[in-house]
Design a protein around this ligand. Structure first.
Ligand SMILES: NC(=O)c1ccc[n+]([C@@H]2O[C@H](COP(=O)([O-])OP(=O)(O)OC[C@H]3O[C@@H](n4cnc5c(N)ncnc54)[C@H](OP(=O)(O)O)[C@@H]3O)[C@@H](O)[C@H]2O)c1
Length: 256
């Protein structure tokens, strides 16, 4: 009897690695879930469109879902989120419950109050850019951490900009709100990479190029399709060694 029980236990133990492999295969097979902030227009809408076309489960957030006509027309899940509001981020987390999120795209951003000279700048409005561009991604990541930990891919993509690069700030300065709030986003992303990298997360900062959106303006050289198409390929190929990188939409490393 004892020998029988031991052989039964041994047979069971040999199946454990196979069960783990089966689990991994099942996870890789299931549609992945991506959550995109500021998905009602511009680059966020293009992210939602392209991930949806590729068969992802897309959760697109908007400050005003009722007005997010193009996003709703995609047939994706639309959720309310103001990234400047901690209550809004927590309410989103509670509506999501146990939904696992594989990829978080911290895309929502504003140019903020920007003037070429310090003399014209309303310094009391500078914090708005920080609340949205720097603290927003941290606020959303914190609120959704449980969902991200349940995800398979564990990728956090912070949409940064070449204007966040301190070494690239050589064309006469100015634009205090945008440049400094996005540089702070890079630092926050690097810290997240350091902390969450221990749990196999990959956190990156990506400059999407200069793109024709409301923010980029009509004279920008890239279409949203060109920028986001390239970024999706980058996200697909992200590896552990990319954790904490600042790169452009082509995958070229950017100088901090
Ligand atoms: N376009 C470019 O050339 C370029 C270049 C470098 C980096 N980027 C970055 O790319 C990202 C997307 O830019 P874009 O060109 O698509 O800009 P956009 O056309 O101005 O769209 C910005 C998006 O962010 C949302 N947003 C703003 N404040 C928000 C808040 N407090 N909470 C939630 N959502 C908020 C907007 O929602 P509402 O409609 O409610 O305002 C909108 O969906 C930004 O982070 C931007 O800094 C853009």
């Amino acid at each position: 009897m004892r020998r029988y029980l031991i052989s039964l236990l041994a047979a069971f133990l040999t199946t454990i690695p196979q069960l783990a492999l089966l689990d991994a295969a099942r996870a890789a097979d299931e549609p992945k879930t991506v959550l995109i902030t500021g998905a009602n227009r511009g680059l966020g809408l293009e992210f939602a469109r392209e991930f949806h076309t590729r068969g992802y489960r897309v959760i697109g957030t908007a400050r005003d879902p009722a007005a997010a006509e193009e996003l709703k027309a995609l047939g994706v899940r639309v959720e309310q989120l103001d990234v400047a509001d901690t209550g809004s981020a927590k309410a989103l987390a509670s509506r999501l419950g146990d939904v696992a999120i594989d990829i978080l795209i911290n895309n929502a951003g504003i140019f903020g109050v920007n003037t070429p000279t310090i003399a014209e700048l309303d310094v009391d409005k500078l914090h708005e850019a920080f609340t949205v561009n720097s603290i927003g991604p941290l606020r959303v990541t914190q609120a959704l951490l449980k969902n991200l930990r349940q995800g398979h891919d564990k990728k956090i993509v912070n949409i940064s900009t070449s204007m966040a690069s301190i070494s690239d700030n050589t064309d006469g300065g100015g634009n205090y709100a945008y440049r400094s709030s996005k540089a702070a986003l890079n630092m926050i992303g690097k810290s997240l990479a350091g902390e969450l990298g221990r749990e196999d997360f990959i956190v990156v900062m990506i400059h999407p190029g200069w793109v024709r959106t409301d923010m980029g303006g009509p004279g920008a050289p890239l279409s949203p399709e060109e920028s986001i198409g390239a970024i999706l390929k980058l996200i697909d190929g992200l590896k552990a060694e990319d954790n904490g990188r600042f790169m452009d939409y082509k995958g070229q490393t950017m100088a901090w």
